[in-house]
Design a protein around this ligand. Sequence first.
Ligand SMILES: [Zn+2]
Length: 218
Amino acid sequence: MAAAELSTLEELTDEVLLQTEPDDRTSPLADKDGVLRAGPIYTALMNLQAEEQCPFYKFVWINHAPPRVRFFAWLLVQGKIQCRTNLLVKTIIEDSTCELCKADAESPDHLILHCQTASQYWAHLGIAVRHASVSQLWLLERPTRIPTQHYHTFLLLCAWQIWKHRHDVVFRSKEPSLLLLVAELQRGSSPMETDCHEKTGALLRPGVQYFVLICSPL
Ligand SMILES: [Zn+2]
């Protein structure tokens, strides 16, 4: 076995000539200092994806949400967040029961849209979720009081807040609570809002303003 692998390796390296001169290879994707960095390459890759090829591209990436929320959304619309049904598939846990309601499996759709706390939250915001799926979150009907240009940012922030609340319940022993979900914003200390201001400055403020405005006290 090892001999066969060695033979294959030797075939692959047979034509490689090592040189003593400095490596002066360049790449069109390298920065001005010649260093290849993941960020610009990823951006270029994303730009190559035409909207019709990737139905969620615009929703996930073209908005004013903080980078960590956009990354979460990228996982979410593909059903790949680390919820319990996905952890069960990976055999990390043995039971996929939702930590918030204890009544159903914690799938991405259940957690973000249909779990009791989540559905109450969406109803409080005036957004009907009924049979909606996170794979097409952008299709949720927009309440007229939310401006079109901020709606995608708004939806992403809502989903992110539910995810953060789930984190508080699972890892910080908080009780699932619509009051808590809404109260985080009223305190003005929501990690999400802090992220928004720190990471993207004034650009995001309109989205956050509408988010705070609409998440009025219960
Ligand atoms: Zn649940």
